[in-house]
Design a protein around this ligand. Structure first.
Ligand code: SIN
Length: 313
C-alpha cells in the first residue's frame, strides 16, 4: 500500500508571518519554508511525509512558469508507487485557478490536494496547521482522486471551487454543487464523487511558458465599450474571455467588438461575472459559452485549449 504523502510548498498566507499575533492582514506572505509548516503540526510527526519547496510566492503573483514546474513535479511524485497523494500548500488568492489548471493537465488517479490559510502562521489562531493536517488526511484517503481544495474542513472539487470571501476562515465554497466531503476528526464524510476527467497531459504545457498563448479577460458592465477589446486584438491577443452580466449577457457597445475579434480568428469564451450559477439556455456560436467555469478558470481553459491545438491560436 502506498503511504507516502509529498507536500510541495509554494508560499501563500499559510507560510506568512506578521509582526504581531493579532495581525491578520498586515503580514508578509510566503516567509516560512514548507518543512517548517509540516513541523508545526505535531500530528504529522512520524508519518511518511516528504516536503519539497517548489516556490515561495504570494499567489497573487502566480505565473505560468511556476504552474509548469508544479504540474511536472506533482506528476513526478504521483507516479511514484510509494506515494499515495500529493499536497500543495498555496496562497488562497489564485488557488482555484491553479486547481483547475492542474485538474485539466493531470486529472490524476491519485489525490492532488491544494490547501492554504486565511491567517498567517504567526496568528493567535492560525488556520494553516489544521488545514494542512486535513489535506494530508485527504491525500491518504483510499479511492480519492483528482485535484481538490481542502480549506476549513471542506473538500472542494477543482471545477466548482471558488474563493468567496476576503477574510473569513471558511472563505471557499462549491456553489450549487456543494463540497465533495467534509473532514471531521481526521475522517471524511463524503457527499459526492471525486473529480475525474481526461487529462490534457504534460506535453501540452511542455513549451517555454513565455510563449504560452496570451488570453485576456474583459468584463461587461454599465458604460462598457469595445475599445479595450479592439486594443487587445490589435496588440496580438490569442484569446479572450468575456465575463458577461447575469446569464452571460453583453453590453450592446461591447458585443460587436467581441464578434469582430471572433471573426478575425481570436477565440472568445463567454461566461458570467455572477459568483454562482451557470450559463443557462442556448447561445449562438462565435462567442462560445464556458457554461460553468468562473472567468479566471475559463481563461485557463482557453489557454490550455490553444496549447493543446496550436492551430486554433
Ligand atoms: C496568497 O494568495 O498568497 C496570499 C493570500 C492568502 O494566501 O490567503
Amino acid at each position: 500500500m502506498p503511504s507516502t504523502v509529498v507536500i510541495l510548498g509554494t508560499g501563500g498566507t499559510i507560510a506568512g508571518t506578521a509582526a504581531s499575533a493579532d495581525d491578520h492582514t498586515g503580514y508578509a506572505a510566503a516567509q516560512r519554508g514548507v518543512a517548517e509548516l509540516v513541523a508545526a503540526v505535531p500530528q504529522l510527526a512520524g508519518q511518511a511525509i516528504e516536503a519539497e519547496q517548489l516556490a515561495q510566492l504570494d499567489s497573487k503573483d502566480m505565473d505560468h512558469a511556476t504552474w509548469q514546474r508544479l504540474a511536472q513535479r506533482a506528476a513526478h511524485h504521483l507516479a511514484r508507487p510509494e506515494v499515495c497523494g500529493v499536497v500543495v500548500t498555496h496562497g488562497t488568492d489564485t488557488m482555484e485557478e491553479t486547481a483547475w489548471f492542474l485538474q485539466r493537465v493531470l486529472a490524476p488517479a491519485k489525490p492532488l490536494v491544494l490547501t492554504g490559510a486565511m491567517r498567517p502562521a504567526t496568528a493567535l489562531q492560525a488556520d494553516g496547521p489544521q488545514n494542512l493536517l486535513d489535506a494530508v488526511t485527504v491525500a491518504r484517503e483510499p479511492g480519492a482522486c483528482g485535484v481538490v481544495v481542502v480549506m476549513a474542513g471542506q473538500v472542494h472539487g477543482a471545477h466548482d471551487v471558488r474563493k468567496l470571501h476576503t477574510y473569513r476562515l471558511d472563505a471557499f465554497g462549491s456553489g450549487d454543487a456543494g463540497p465533495i466531503a467534509r473532514v471531521e476528526q481526521g475522517r471524511l464524510r463524503r457527499h459526492r464523487t471525486w473529480p475525474v476527467g481526461k487529462p490534457l497531459g504534460l506535453a501540452c504545457i511542455g513549451f517555454e511558458p513565455a510563449s504560452w498563448p496570451r488570453v485576456e479577460l474583459v468584463f461587461s458592465h454599465a458604460g462598457a465599450s469595445g475599445t479595450l477589446v479592439d486594443a487587445l486584438v490589435a496588440g496580438g491577443v490569442h484569446g479572450l474571455v468575456v465575463a458577461g452580466t447575469g446569464n452571460g449577457t453583453l453590453h450592446q457597445a461591447l458585443e460587436p467588438a467581441l464578434r469582430r475579434a471572433a471573426t478575425a480568428g481570436v477565440p472568445v469564451l463567454r461566461c458570467t461575472r455572477c459568483a454562482g450559477g451557470a450559463l443557462v439556455g442556448e447561445f449562438d456560436m462565435g462567442l462560445t459559452p464556458a457554461a460553468t467555469l468562473s472567468p479566471w478558470q475559463a481563461r485557463v481553459e482557453l489557454m490550455l485549449g490553444l496549447l493543446a491545438s496550436p492551430a486554433a491560436a
